[in-house]
Design a protein around this ligand. Structure first.
Ligand code: NAP
Length: 252
């Protein structure tokens, strides 16, 4: 786990700002929550497993909201429980590996509910609050390189991330005039519980790694620092982008 804003000499100042991070219990979301907290933000960490959030609260002072974002009501309740928010990171996501021919409607619907509908609902709730308060804000959706390239056994996941990129663009064009910036980050394989589940087998990960010019997968901190940049005033003119964090994968 990072020591946040001081690591690698990177620092952002989010003092006085309240951030909501979904899927903050593990992996990339946990790193984002810890990093933003170390940069002075008050962080509301939303996730499914209470025990993950308890250690995040203990170690990093994050406020915990246990929620299942797979239901629309769960997403609404999480936004209600979080209170007024300035910075939103829609990070929670699931990946259910199935070949295209075997993809079930249930797996497809679950994936779309967590990966696309929850960011829609949380984005609506947070944006409504910002507009009502007349406060500028920023939103980052955690998408994936799989929004652009097809990956075997990822039909529902790739479809969901392509949809999330498009949702990001529409949010950007509608919310910009309210002073709310919206962007996405698109990581390559990142070494988290999800990353190890999908890419732990060297037979799968080898060909993927071979396509990354920098020669390694992403670490959660690589994604967290990019998210922090997009949330920060350093990115005040960056709006509506889907930013690869992929070591050059998409350049090949
Ligand atoms: P992860 O290790 O599986 O962690 C996901 C976190 O989200 C967990 O804390 C999980 O809680 C929570 N979560 C999942 N479903 C939820 C739900 N219905 N309601 C509330 N919380 C829920 O995943 P990750 O690798 O950190 O991925 C984070 C994001 O990055 C995802 O959007 C993913 O698509 C994206 N991404 C990942 C990679 C990669 O290679 N890892 C690459 C590109 C993009 P529980 O554990 O309690 O279920």
């Amino acid at each position: 786990m990072s020591d946040g804003g001081t690591r690698a000499g990177v620092h952002f100042d989010f003092s006085g700002r309240r951030a909501l991070v979904t899927g903050a219990g593990k992996g990339i979301g946990r790193e984002i929550a810890a990093f933003l907290a170390s940069c002075g933000a008050e962080v509301v960490a939303v996730s499914r497993s209470a025990e993950d959030l308890a250690t995040l609260a203990q170690n990093h002072g994050c406020l915990a909201v246990v929620a299942d974002l797979e239901t629309a009501q769960g997403a609404r309740d999480a936004a209600d429980a979080a209170g007024p928010i300035d910075l939103l990171v829609n990070n929670a996501g699931i990946s259910i590996l199935q070949s295209f021919l075997d993809t079930t409607p249930e797996a497809f619907d679950r994936t779309m509910a967590v990966n696309v509908r929850a960011p829609l609902i949380l984005g609506q709730e947070v944006a409504r609050g910002l507009i009502a308060r007349g406060t500028p804000g920023a939103i980052v959706n955690v998408s994936s390189q799989s929004s652009t390239v097809g990956l075997p056994d990822h039909a529902a996941y790739c479809a969901s991330k392509g949809a999330l990129d498009q949702l990001t663009r529409v949010m950007a064009i509608e919310l910009g005039r309210h002073g709310i910036r919206v962007n996405a980050v698109n990581p390559t394989v990142t070494l988290t519980p999800m990353g190890r589940m999908a890419w732990g087998d060297p037979a799968r990960s080898g060909p993927m790694l071979a396509r990354i010019p920098l020669g390694h997968f992403a670490e959660p901190l690589d994604v967290a620092q990019t998210v922090a940049y997009l949330l920060s005033d350093a990115a005040r003119m960056v709006h509506g982008v889907t930013l690869p964090v992929d070591g050059g994968f998409l350049a090949t």
